[in-house]
Design a protein around this ligand. Structure first.
Ligand code: GLU
Length: 336
């Protein structure tokens, strides 16, 4: 009897393993690129003047496996504004510096169900910034970055963390930074409201400025794909081999991404795509399939919630072509 039980368990495990070849993955990415390339719809973000002027035809998709193999199609070397995707990178930094419990206590991990820049969400959550992946929580996260009180030291920590996660340097696009700084009135209100609730843990203008600066970093789809793959790989950058964060942080950041990565559309996104992902108004999307791969896509025109139309479609197309999903229960094995 006992043996039969063991045999059954073993059979189930075998049945749940999904074997995919690298050429199947490459083909899925290439086909997704071809399918979505001419997809119309959406509009560049225009509340940040710089973003309104980016060529709306740009489009790229990049997928990195845990062994560092990368598949790139389209404009994957174009440096676009990382915008809200930066929230993932700095959330990782404070998870490293403070630990998961302290981030939960000082910011939270709740989905707001509201737009990225919602002031209402702060009031509804009873003075809590909700999650480091919306504007409020991301400004709080910048205020937490160590070393405290040292604007330059904090910025170095933020940008060095970008380099470690992406496997190569990223720099601020000065024109974008200027454009955002001159127009970020809503974020200024958020920062001061959070200060009123005791949720800004350093100088307020400095924390807001760090947030604005990190949103203005120019990043490529390839770099974001590598960053996503570092998360999928439990904190070790698959391209550089560097351990960027401890493995226990990976499920925490992926949970945050899964619960709020597409703001008020997050449930619809996860339900239809099967992959936790984070978007930014620069047109980028970063997706993490834990233990399997990281994926990034970029195209400037956005839907009304601020998520890239073509990047969403491309990531979904890859997932459905490969028959993968974070809740499918498969163990995925990738072969040559
Ligand atoms: N810098 C943008 C803002 O704070 C980022 C928003 C986003 O990408 O969702 O408004």
């Amino acid at each position: 009897m006992q043996n039969r039980g063991l045999w059954k368990t073993h059979t189930i495990l075998i049945n749940m393993e999904k074997v995919i070849t690298k050429s199947q993955i490459k083909a899925a990415v290439e086909e997704a690129y071809a399918e979505c390339r001419n997809l119309k719809g959406g509009k560049n973000a225009d509340y940040i003047p710089y973003l309104a002027n980016i060529d709306p035809e740009l489009f790229g998709i990049s997928l990195t496996l845990r062994d560092g193999t990368t598949f790139d199609f389209g404009d994957t070397e174009y440096k676009f504004g990382v915008e809200s995707v930066s929230k993932v990178l700095t959330a990782l930094l404070i998870l490293k510096q403070y630990g998961a419990a302290e981030v939960l206590r000082q910011i939270g991990a709740d989905a707001t169900g509201l737009p990225f820049n919602s002031i209402f969400a702060i009031l509804l959550e009873n003075d809590h910034p909700s999650t480091p992946l919306v504007n409020a929580g991301a400004i709080t996260a910048c205020s937490m970055v160590r070393p405290q009180g040292d604007s330059w030291g904090k910025w170095e920590a933020i940008i060095n963390n970008f380099t470690d996660l992406c496997g190569s340097e990223a720099q601020v696009i000065d024109e974008l930074y200027k454009s955002e700084s001159e127009t970020n009135f809503n974020n200024r209100s958020i920062a001061w409201l959070l200060k009123n609730y005791g949720r800004i843990y350093d100088d307020v203008p400095m924390s807001l400025d760090l947030y604005t600066r990190q949103c203005s970093v120019g990043i490529t789809a390839r770099q974001l794909g590598i960053c996503a793959a570092t998360i999928a790989n439990g904190g070790v950058n698959p391209v550089t081999g560097k351990e960027v964060f401890a493995p226990e942080i990976a499920p925490k950041i992926t949970t945050l991404i899964a619960t709020v990565g597409f703001y008020q559309n997050t449930g619809d996104w996860l339900y239809t795509s099967g992959i936790p992902a984070k978007s930014g108004v620069g047109g980028g999307v970063l997706g993490v399939l834990p233990g399997v791969f990281g994926i990034a896509a970029f195209a400037p025109p956005l839907d009304p919630a601020g998520n890239s139309v073509r990047a969403q479609a491309a990531v979904k197309a890859v997932m459905s072509r490969l028959g993968l999903g974070v809740f499918n229960g498969d163990t995925v094995r990738i072969t040559d």
